[in-house]
Design a protein around this ligand. Structure first.
Ligand code: ZN
Ligand code: ZN
Ligand code: FE
Length: 785
């Protein structure tokens, strides 16, 4: 019997070769009808014999293209029609609320082969792509994802490309960014003043020579500008550091091939797979030879052609490694033949430059030459950062290759826009059961950062023509993101929900594991605004999506100078010791401060307005790192904690410092005995790695004691401190041994990159609880249900 079905496929199905796949599957079975991109997925109408239709649906479910993520297939029978064939229709603009926006994909093997084949018309063409690979999110301006809605709109297809684009049998059938040397984007090499030095292949070769000569090249890559320098040339990398005002924060390195990575780093099978995947992240890998734990050398030469220069990631046992992910990167790396530093083209803490003019103006003389092209980058999409541990890929910075793939919620809820935190920020939009998060936007401290936040929020809402019914933000009154949320809620006349920072952290991890009901959340973090006006960050919360109860926190200490203490671990150490010793701290302070600085600091410590009270785990890490002389001033976030983590690398040590959990509600974890024991060990000359291990062990023990006291079977770990692999591994292991079910982050970062997702979940649940009428919902805690 013949019938006709209307099929809608939801998930990541646009920009991944899904329609050609459907087309072939239908034609092979002599089915008629059509397929098109809808606003939220792929829509199909298909007509034919029962058996053929069943077979067709099975194929959709089981054999979809590698990069597609099919989340749901809805099928309804509709009225049959007279039709002769199966075709691909122009996009259907009808309402379809399930969002899906494709992520950028690294070059596929077939395209790479063509780039290398002298006989092919795309030989050495740096913008080669197909339906399986190439730019997506970085070029899309509107939904649905079709060429006129991308920055490829300006390029008119040549006849040869148009033939491929229209041929259902071709790999480039409906490949929206299709291009070739005749009709597509072209390369240019510019001076910092914007004068053209060369074009096309000559520009590429010229840039290669510059890297060879130890110069800094700015490259307009896939998602914005990057800065390149020979990673084996210490002088070149040091020049880049000086120009970028970035003395020691590690640089990522792009390697010519997996084989070369293996010469420098340990690469497991899973790690190798992640490196060559379509997402192609920067992966943090253990080096085979750990560089000495000494200050970076500003002079000196590499030991051999395949040694990474000391200045790349000083005193760091890991290296951030990636492989080429566009034909342009492949061609560059093949010609250079060595690993190169490949870092975001920005000024510190500002977003990456995407326009050539903007890059020349803002980066100026940081680069010696600019290798650019004429395909507009619509939004900055940084390289993603991930690591492998415990058999899991854990994404620490979610951008290229991952964003904006959606997360699935267990329940339907109000359309919600969440504005996230302040550092490492992201925004998120909930539509129904899906949450789409923006790429990593970075810090919002600069005017550029604030502008990017506005644009990213507007983008998400615009893509899906969403009408938010709720806006969510952090509890912190002064965040740029909070202010923008207030503005939007007012403009749209919808309620604003302010979500406590650490509740949002735990909620983000609940989203990724699909948890509901109550859990114990350990939110070990840098800083987050507490409803009591103190700075939270070492928190244990029994929470559900709708509320939380603070069941334990770290003992308080004061941070002289507030925010400045984040950059100066010595201030955290002073605050910590002051809590234990009072004025007798003067003696210890001499090690870290000039005499004239000490009295003002002590005065500050007595005034809450100048020395905010904190329970932050991140600041405890800072203080301990300073006490051990590992780091007294930090150049970048978490530097001190990283030093402590690196110290523990490869150490077998079972002992833990005492860290008692005092009775009370909330219970207080008293670090006093820990600090005393640590100082006694230090003064006895116990090696730093042992001290660091005992400190980490104490925290893992604490986790178990808190979990037993809270008496919840499920424990969720979140917060920036869990970027520390040693800490996370120990806490996971100890809690599991003690019989708890433990959940840690995988796809959503444990740092503030996850805050927006958590806010979405909490806001929806709180609104349900409080009713829809209230305009302002500042009720931030409330019992967990
Ligand atoms: Zn391809
Ligand atoms: Zn062409
Ligand atoms: Fe945080």
């Amino acid at each position: 019997m013949t019938k006709r079905l209307a099929v809608s496929v939801h998930g990541v199905v646009q920009g991944v070769g899904f329609r050609p796949f459907v087309y072939r599957a239908a034609r092979e079975r002599d089915l008629v009808g059509w397929v098109c991109n809808g606003n939220g997925g792929v829509l199909i109408e298909v007509q034919g014999e029962d058996a053929a239709l069943d077979d067709f649906l099975d194929t959709l479910r089981q054999a979809s293209p590698e990069e597609a993520v099919v989340e749901r297939i809805d099928v309804v029978e509709v009225q049959g029609r007279r039709e002769e064939l199966f075709r691909i229709r122009e996009s259907n603009d009808g309402e379809c609320p399930q969002p899906c926006l494709p992520a950028d994909l690294s070059t596929c093997p077939q395209c790479l082969e063509e780039v290398h084949a002298r006989s092919m018309r795309r030989y050495r063409y740096p913008f080669t792509n197909c339906t399986n690979c190439g730019p997506r999110y970085s070029i899309v301006e509107h939904m649905p994802y079709d060429r006129p809605n991308t920055s490829m709109r300006a390029f008119e297809m040549c006849e040869a490309c148009a033939l491929e684009y229209r041929d259902p049998a071709d790999r480039r059938f409906h490949a929206q960014p299709i291009a070739c040397p005749r009709c597509g984007p072209r390369l240019r090499l510019l001076t910092p003043q914007g004068e053209i030095l060369s074009r096309d292949d000559e520009a590429l070769e010229h840039a290669v020579r510059c890297v060879d000569d130890g110069r800094v090249v700015a490259l307009r890559g896939l998602g914005g500008f990057q800065l390149l320098a020979d990673a084996t040339n210490d002088a070149a990398v040091t020049t880049l550091r000086i120009r970028k005002h970035r003395p020691s924060k590690p640089f990522a390195v792009m390697f010519p091939s997996l084989q070369v990575v293996r010469q420098i780093c340990e690469v497991g099978a899973e790690e190798a797979r992640a490196l060559v995947s379509a997402s192609s992240p920067i992966l943090l890998l253990a080096r085979k030879r750990t560089p000495p734990l000494a200050p970076p050398q500003t002079s000196g030469h590499p030991d051999g052609p395949l040694d990474i220069a000391k200045a790349v990631a000083p005193a760091n046992p890991r290296l951030g490694v990636m492989l080429p992910y566009t034909p342009l990167h492949h061609l560059l790396l093949e010609a250079i033949g060595r690993p190169i530093v490949c870092t975001s083209g920005n000024l510190s803490d500002e977003p990456m430059c995407i326009d050539t003019g903007e890059a020349l103006a803002r980066l100026g003389d940081i680069a010696d030459v600019y290798l650019t092209h004429d395909r507009p980058v619509v939004r900055p999409v940084d390289d993603s950062v991930a690591r492998f541990d415990g058999g899991e890929l854990r994404v620490l910075r979610r951008a290229r290759g991952y964003a904006p793939r959606p997360f699935r919620l267990r329940q339907d809820g109000p359309t919600t826009l969440a504005l996230g935190g302040h550092r490492k920020s992201t925004v998120a939009l909930r539509i129904g059961t899906q949450v789409i998060t923006s790429q990593h936007l970075g810090d919002l401290g600069s005017a550029e950062g604030a502008g990017l936040l506005r644009r990213a929020a507007g983008d998400l809402v615009g893509f899906f023509a969403a009408r938010p019914q709720l806006v969510a933000c952090d509890l912190h009154p002064d965040y740029t993101s909070t202010r923008h949320a207030e503005e939007l809620a007012r403009a749209w006349d919808v309620p604003l929900v302010r979500v406590q920072h650490h509740h949002a952290h735990i909620a983000s991890c609940m989203v990724e594991h699909g948890l509901d009901g109550q859990v114990l959340g350990l939110a070990w973090d840098g800083t987050g605004h507490g409803p009591d006006g103190t700075v939270w960050g070492g928190e244990a919360l029994v929470c559900s999506a709708s509320g939380y109860r603070r069941v334990a926190h770290l003992r308080h200490f004061a941070l002289p100078g507030g925010e400045r203490a984040v950059e100066e671990p010595r201030r955290a150490a002073l605050g910590l010791l002051y809590q234990l010793r009072g004025d007798a701290v003067r003696e210890a302070a001499r090690k870290w401060f000039a005499d004239a600085e000490i009295e003002p600091l002590l005065t500050m410590l007595q005034r809450p307005s100048h020395a905010p009270i904190t329970s932050s785990m991140g600041r405890l890490f800072d203080a301990v790192a300073a006490l051990l002389d590992l780091c007294t001033r930090s150049e970048f976030e978490a530097q001190a904690a990283m030093q402590l983590e690196f110290a523990v690398h490869g150490i077998e040590e079972e002992t833990a410092y005492p860290l008692p959990l005092c009775k009370g509600v909330p219970a207080v974890a008293d670090w006093g005995p820990l600090v005393e024991a640590l100082l006694a060990d230090r003064d006895r000359g116990v090696p730093v790695p042992v001290l660091s291990a005992r400190f980490h062990n104490a925290l893992a023990d604490l986790a178990v004691r808190i979990a037993r006291r809270a008496d919840r079977r499920r424990v969720v770990l979140s917060g920036g401190c869990f970027q520390n692999a040693s800490l996370q591994a120990r806490v996971l292991e100890r809690l599991r041994e003690a019989g708890f079910e433990v959940f840690a982050h995988r796809q959503i970062p444990p740092n503030d990159g996850g805050i927006s997702v958590g806010q979405v979940l909490v806001a929806g649940a709180r609104r349900e609880l409080c009713g829809a009428q209230r305009k302002e919902n500042v009720d931030v805690s409330g019992d967990p249900r």
